[in-house]
Design a protein around this ligand. Sequence first.
Ligand code: NAI
Length: 344
Amino acid sequence: MKIAFFDAKPYDKPSFDKYGAQYGVEFKYFDTKLSPDTAELAHGFDGVCVFVNDNINAQVIDQLHDMGIKLIALRCAGFNNVDMKHAYGKIHVLRVPAYSPYAVAEHAAALLLTSIRRIHKAYNRTRDFNFSLNNLTGFDLYGKTVGIIGTGRIGRVFTDICRGFGMKVLAYDKFHAQGYDNGDTVRYVTLDELFEGSDVISLHCPLTEETYHIIDEKSLEKCKKGVVILNTSRGALVDAEALLSGIKSRKVGAACLDVYEEESEWFFEDFSGHILSDDTLARLISMPNVIVTSHQAFLTEEALNNIAETTAMNITQMLAGGQCPNELCYIGGSAQDCRSGKCF
Ligand code: NAI
């Protein structure tokens, strides 16, 4: 089984080589992202393996289909970058639904603590032998309220972390998780109640038409002054221009972003020494109360191994057995996990 692996990075190869050998999958690594211009590279392969910023639009799907490509193996959980409606019935789309919710939730916690205790500022200061504490005053998380949007795998781990700090949790999800709401310190509320009552808001829902710009000018208006916005989910959940305005007007006290709306052009690459032409991103990064990491939340050894093993297993199951429990379907106007065991 030969798979063209797009957007390959040095940290991908050890785990994919290991599990590829174990499951009989040969990965050929391409540095470039998958796009209409690069799809030709997939000629002669059984499938492609892609990540969050590969653009699998209708044109790419048609190109792959014409070449006889049988599957698209996403080595991530989110699938907003795949035109699922167009892919359905043509090419099987497989994903890694969970690889380490702890990796992402712990990164969100790391960003939050770094931001509110000004660790990023202190680190730079002491390296310069500047031991002043001026302007480093933070605030306690204990007793504060965190609003968690999306109470799936990651949202629930983040809830536990926040409870460990003694925070109260206001949660919003389209589908309520059983046993999550304890009627006291962890409660499901409406989105408006979450915006109005939270000191910190953390996003853990997928990017869909419904959640696009869930944080925008209107929602920020409803928030408490000084609210901290955490986004480790998908960039377009936050209207970056509205966030920037909120920071300038001091409505937003801090923002921690592991994802950004237009990240596919920048993230994962080294642009140091270049002029960053995205003014919104440059302005956000320049703010003292904004921390940007470049879609790094998943990057732990445990997660990389789980991603590689599940991806290799998905590919083997689909190519050898014609069936995979991690296949995505497009039914009733939306993409979802295949429940029948066989999509088409
Ligand atoms: P999950 O599928 O376990 O949970 C997602 C939750 O969002 C579910 O409870 C679902 O009901 C809820 N949801 C769906 N539509 C909603 C809506 N309209 N409003 C509110 N909630 C809604 O997914 P998981 O594993 O917790 O991942 C969450 C997100 O984290 C993924 O969609 C992905 O975008 C992001 N992610 C980011 C990573 C990073 O490295 N920064 C790595 C992995 C995931």
